[in-house]
Design a protein around this ligand. Structure first.
Ligand code: ZN
Length: 58
């Protein structure tokens, strides 16, 4: 019998620690689930989820 599920496990989410502030509400952010880009705005969880919600339907 051949086994197809032979890929390695997905590593746990990386947490990046630092000192940022939300570009939207100014909340202090000390942890991000991703490496932020210096030329991109950073949002806290709250604003992030707000922004991810599709506001414009078609
Ligand atoms: Zn915010």
């Amino acid at each position: 019998m051949d086994r197809f599920e032979d890929r390695p496990e997905i590593p746990p989410r990386e947490t990046v620690k630092g000192n940022w502030s939300c570009s939207e509400c100014g909340t202090e952010i000390t942890e991000l689930p991703f490496q932020p880009s210096p030329d991109r705005p950073i949002y806290c969880k709250d604003c992030w989820s707000k922004r991810r919600k599709p506001r414009f339907g078609r």
